[in-house]
Design a binder for this molecule. Sequence first.
Ligand SMILES: [Zn+2]
Length: 307
Amino acid sequence: MAVHRVGRRAILPGLVAMAAGLTGRASAGQASAGQADAEPALRIVAAENFYADVARQIAGPDAVVSAILSNPDSDPHMFEASPSVARALAGASIVIANGADYDPWMAKLLAASPAAQRRSLVVAGLLHRAPGGNPHLWYDPAALPALAVALTGALSAMDPGNAAAYAARLAAFQAGFAPVVARVAALRAKFAGVPVTATEPVFGPMAAALGLAMRNERFQLAVMNGTEPAASDVMAFERDIKQRAVRVLFYNSQASDPSAQRLLAMAQAAHIPVVGVTETQPAGTTVQGWLLSTLDAVAQALSGPAS
Ligand SMILES: [Zn+2]
């Protein structure tokens, strides 16, 4: 039973205001007095920064967007919300959560500060996912486009005067995402059925979309849940590495579980290509660029070691 636990250790909440709307509105010289209307009225708070990036692309200058989880050096599974997170959510017009037990603190905080006008978009709900499945939904190629559509609807309902602008930005988002969809299809055509493994299930939804044959899933769930993997699962994983039964190993570059680290080192010693994936979008990227560069790394790894 996959329980996506939180709370092995606390991390500092990094509440990062992306404030997409502020650039180009008020330059440093103009930002003086009388700025009452300098900031858009709509505020969007996303639990995870890749969803905030989608929101920034759809809302443009018409909303202030912030993300709660954005620190690439922290493990989101360990997140514990602080009072500043609760305050940010209380002032939000739209909140975005992953759901699927990935960010249960969101539902708790929202229930603690009800607001009739606030819209809540939960990606697991948009994808009709039941609890208990792989919660790393942003690696499902359907997730971010579904969020973009839902967000366009929510923003247009709250701010009908800018509906045409939201629709135009949705079209731009979708055009930017088309290369991701095309890349997934091209990789699937080439590599479907190839056996791979992972120390954690982070990349699972994308691996499934690529048609890869994922092995050692029980081991991955144990690591994700912070429990000790069964000895038989560890042995099966080691056997896959020693016999080179897998072509790639995916690992979570934001987590440092000792048993996962040991298998990563074993795979590297066996010259099995490894690909690090993250639970946080790196700074200075877009979701489209981030997914494409990850798919590039996957393609290179699946093409095998140089030797
Ligand atoms: Zn995870």
